[in-house]
Design a binder for this molecule. Sequence first.
Ligand code: HEC
Length: 142
Amino acid sequence: MRRIKTAASGALVALGFALAAGSALGHGDVQPQPVKTDGLKPLGAEWVAENPYKGDAHAIQIGASGFNQNCARCHGLEMISGGLAPDLRYLPQGKEGDEYFVERMRHGAVINGVTKMPVFEGLISQEGLWAIRSYIESKHEE
Ligand code: HEC
């Protein structure tokens, strides 16, 4: 009995995923905007553990535009959240914040089988994502 129940709930979760993906697509919501990373040091395919562009003015500028096109609709323009998603000005600085960041970029946020935040790994280059992280850190508040 237990087994069957587990299988059934697994199927429900899968259905939830499909529905969430379907409705997001329906709103044209998951269309990622490419981030142009000319002038940034190339990083390759493996994730680096810490932001290689921290404090870099050029990266921050690229990241601001990348953020506004890909993240602001949930996290707020200029990173001031209207409450739909966490206010990223309070994301920790340095390595701790970098870890949160990579975790979210790779796994998104799925809550009770509903995708609240899409996965960005593979949609935006690692260079583009660290540029966005640089922008986020430049706006950090305690
Ligand atoms: C469709 C809405 C949506 C989009 C688009 C989105 N996010 Fe999120 N994000 C969320 C939600 C909702 C959460 C909170 C999930 C939770 O409660 O665990 C979150 C959480 C996060 C967190 C963790 C914050 C914390 O305090 O734990 C980070 C970092 C983050 N997002 C970065 C980004 C970045 C960078 C982008 C753009 C590349 C982005 N998000 C795009 C909805 C979104």
